[in-house]
Design a protein around this ligand. Structure first.
Ligand code: ADP
Length: 161
C-alpha cells in the first residue's frame, strides 16, 4: 500500500488544494493531508478549524485522511510510513521555494522523495491569503473555496474573529 503526505498550512483549504488532494488520491492508495505549523506564517484559522474544514471538504474521498503535526515534515513522513510528499506547483515563484524545500528534506532524510503536481489552470493564481483578503472585504469567494465550508469561512472572516 502506497501512502503519500500532502502537507501545508491550509489557512484555509481552497479549491486549488482540493484539486491536488483529489489527484493524489487517484494516483496513490492513501493520502494523508497534514496541517503543519509553519513558524514563518501567522495563521488566521486555528489548527482545529483548519482540520475541520479539510475533513468536511474531503468527506467523500475514502482514501484521504487528515492530521496535524508540529515538527519536521521528514519525521512525520517516516512516522506514518509514507513513500513520498506530494506538493502542488503554481507559478515559478512556488518552484524556487519548493525545490529548495525538497532538496533540504532529501538531505535530512534521503528516503523521502517529493512529487510535484502542476496546478489546474483555473487555480493558478489561487492562494489561501488571496481568499482571506477577498473575504475580509466582503467579496465573493465561492469560486475559490469548497462549497461545504464556504459559509463558515465567510462568516468567520467578515466578523474578523
Ligand atoms: P498557500 O501557499 O496557499 O498558503 P499552503 O502552504 O497551504 O498554501 O500550501 C500547501 C500546498 O498546496 C503547497 O504545495 C502549495 O504549493 C499547494 N497549493 C496551494 N494553492 C494551490 C493552487 N491554487 N494550486 C495548486 N497547488 C496549490
Amino acid at each position: 500500500m502506497k501512502t503519500v503526505v500532502c502537507p501545508g498550512s491550509f489557512d484555509p483549504i481552497t479549491k486549488g488544494h482540493l484539486d491536488i488532494i483529489e489527484r493524489a488520491a487517484h494516483l496513490f492508495d492513501h493520502v494523508i493531508v497534514v496541517v503543519l505549523q509553519n513558524p514563518n506564517k501567522t495563521a488566521t484559522f486555528r489548527v482545529e478549524e483548519r482540520l475541520d474544514f479539510i475533513r468536511r471538504t474531503t468527506d467523500g474521498l475514502e482514501n484521504v485522511s487528515v492530521d496535524s503535526y508540529d515538527g519536521l515534515l521528514v519525521d512525520y513522513v517516516q512516522k506514518v510510513g509514507a513513500v513520498a510528499v506530494v506538493k502542488g506547483l503554481r507559478a515559478v515563484t512556488d518552484f524556487e521555494y519548493e525545490f529548495q524545500m525538497s532538496l533540504v528534506n532529501r538531505q535530512l532524510c534521503p528516503a523521502v522523495d517529493t512529487i510535484f503536481l502542476n496546478t489546474a489552470q483555473e487555480y493558478l493564481y489561487l492562494s489561501s491569503s488571496m481568499v482571506r483578503q477577498i473575504a475580509s472585504f466582503g467579496g465573493d469567494i465561492s469560486q475559490f473555496v469548497p462549497q461545504a465550508i464556504l459559509a463558515d469561512i465567510q462568516k468567520r472572516l467578515q466578523k474578523g474573529n
